[in-house]
Design a protein around this ligand. Sequence first.
Ligand code: NAD
Length: 410
Amino acid sequence: MPYRTFLQQIAPLAQLSPGQVQKLTTPDRILEAPLTVAGKSYPAYRVQFNNARGPYKGGIRFHPHVTKEEVTSLAFWMTIKTAVVNIPFGGAKGGVSVNPKELSEAELEELSRAYVRAFYKHLGPTKDIPAPDINTNPQIMGWMLDEYEKLKGRKAPAFITGKPLALGGSTVRDIATALGGVYVLEEALKKLKLKAKTVAIQGFGNAGMNAAKLLKEKGYAIVAVSDSQGGVYNEEGLDPYQAEEIKKAGGMLGCYCLGTVCSLEQMPKEGSCRFIANEELLELPVDILIPAALGQVITRDNATRIKAKVVLELANGPTTAEADEILHQNNILVIPDILANAGGVTVSYFEWQQNRKKEQWKEAVVRKKLESKMKRAFKSIWRQHTPERTLRTTAYIYALQKIVQKLRRS
Ligand code: NAD
């Protein structure tokens, strides 16, 4: 749903005045510039949506579908997400409309540096702090940091987060989204007094695979995982590390049951360990369902067939508004994306703090701080939660009120 429509709908529930709605639907600044690499020009954007709660914060994505409208909308959602976990940042987002797979490594580096040259006057540790997003990674953050420091003539590691450890990155950042999700999940299960055992996960990338590993270590049975080529179901629970090995060797997840790379034809299609399609995975009779791949996978069409008791949204926007209502009616608790997957930006905040204080925190310290932030956010939202409202609506109201409090003071 476009963020303006969304805000108009939720404004009465969050008791926002027309002036506040106006402020919250208008980005503070939209920056755009064409970036030229190897004779070709790529449109680039940085949208600084709102900084009432602190410096702008948000990732930079490289993708052919990037548009000014999309970046603006993502910058709005970042404003909400930083408020949900109560970190002292506002919201921003950046993007370049480019297919990075068509660039050589040298061209990718040049594009990353050109992005910083185009916008650096508006960026900085106390102004706007970028981070990785789709198709951008620690290496790219390193190039961007180097370019910024060259332009400024001084070291400034707090300019960007998601850096390699050697350049001031934080431990735990690589698994932060999944770990943050696991912390809120544990808290939700406690509140529901639910002894959950079985888990199905759609998506086996950074978020999904790490969630599978963390939950397996905690004793859950991961009965199904999938990626874009389908998945594997194992009644007894599967080992995500072995599933990762199969993928690394070039196999599809469905080959897991055979323990070796195989073709689609060779995969078992029935029995206690077998291939499973993505649609079927979502409808398995498990305790916990984790969409960790794409948006809009739980819709009006399949929501009535979802049997999980809890849905942990590690992906952004996996549940449509209509499906959300159906799940709520069916007593299925959806832990919304703005809370469930906020562990990444929370550890980004810890990285920024470490850089500002010239410290490097141990893994156990970062984990503890993440646990505390995530659980505290969950508990605050749970306290305001009523049976009539979804946890998502409550989380939005909670975040909007936090932003509005600061608007009043600014
Ligand atoms: P990723 O690229 O590492 O992994 C994505 C996974 O989804 C891959 O396994 C891919 O094969 C799978 N996939 C793609 N199409 C699929 C399909 N049709 N059906 C099933 N699986 C499919 O990405 P990620 O970083 O793990 O992000 C996954 C989701 O989590 C996205 O929605 C992203 O916006 C969200 N998210 C990620 C982070 C993070 O820190 N990684 C933070 C916040 C939100």
